[in-house]
Write a protein that binds this ligand. Structure first.
Ligand SMILES: [Zn+2]
Length: 255
């Protein structure tokens, strides 16, 4: 029996609780769902060079973390609906700044590694992308999924790596699929992923996708369900120095 079916059965047999706060009732209660309706620019702490303009629907903090995790790692695939709606909001937010009318928005999912797909038994970013496209179309935004990126080679687990190590680990991770340039020519490309933490993955994916994007402005935009909130900047004497150290040697986020 596959994980998706087990999760579906568990849902029928067990009382439903909110994946965010654990209260009985909805899959994602209204209060937790509201945390994913605050689109804002994601600003990773270290802001890697080449990080694409990225809008997140909410902060990856509080009840949003267990909700995303339940969807991603614990097979609660039915969360694709509310999380996909959040992703659609983020996509709408990031393309709102572009002029040029209603060109088709192409949502490019960041591909998961083969190992991650094997462990999860499903492609959760693809599921999110499908839901987000449906939401955007329902709202009158011309949108379509575009699987333009593929994974290349093998990447180590990024847990415990420094920012530089993570960057090196990811370099060359993504490549365009054949024919990607033709698809990118007549649409706005928006990379989509579940969460952004350090920004390393989106930066690498944007670099790989850039040759397929020919529209004006930033070559590649990105949208995510949630972004790790940026810490409040330090103020006072020594703040600059400490800020820099944080950028250079902060602990890894696993992104
Ligand atoms: Zn809740």
């Amino acid at each position: 029996m596959d994980g998706g079916l087990l999760a579906a059965l568990a849902d029928l047999l067990l009382p439903r609780t909110c994946a965010g706060c654990g209260l009985p009732g909805a899959l994602l209660c209204r209060r937790c769902a509201r945390l994913l309706t605050v689109p804002h620019l994601a600003q990773p702490r270290r802001f890697p060079v080449g990080f694409p303009p990225t809008v997140a629907a909410g902060a990856y903090a509080g009840p949003v973390r267990p909700a995303v995790n339940a969807f991603k790692e614990r097979g609660r695939a039915e969360l694709a609906r509310p999380l996909g709606a959040a992703l659609a909001l983020a996509v709408a937010g990031v393309v709102a700044g572009l002029d040029g009318g209603c060109r088709e928005v192409r949502l490019v999912p960041v591909p998961s590694s083969r190992a991650a797909l094997r462990v999860r038994g499903r492609d959760h970013v693809r599921e999110l992308t499908g839901r987000a496209v449906a939401e955007l179309r329902a709202a009158g935004v011309p949108a379509a999924p575009a699987r333009l990126l593929r994974r290349t080679g093998r990447v180590r687990d990024s847990a415990g790596l420094s920012a530089d190590q993570r960057r090196a680990n990811l370099a060359g991770t993504f490549a365009l699929v054949p024919g990607a340039a033709a698809v990118g020519r007549d649409g706005v490309l928006v990379l989509v992923d579940d969460v952004v933490t350090s920004g390393a993955t989106l930066t690498e994916a944007a670099a790989a996708l850039a040759p397929a994007a020919v529209h004006a402005g930033p070559p590649v935009l990105a949208a995510v369900v949630a972004a790790t909130p940026r810490r409040v900047p330090l103020t006072g004497p020594g703040a600059d120095r400490r800020g820099q150290q944080g950028r250079l040697s902060g602990p890894g986020n696993g992104d």
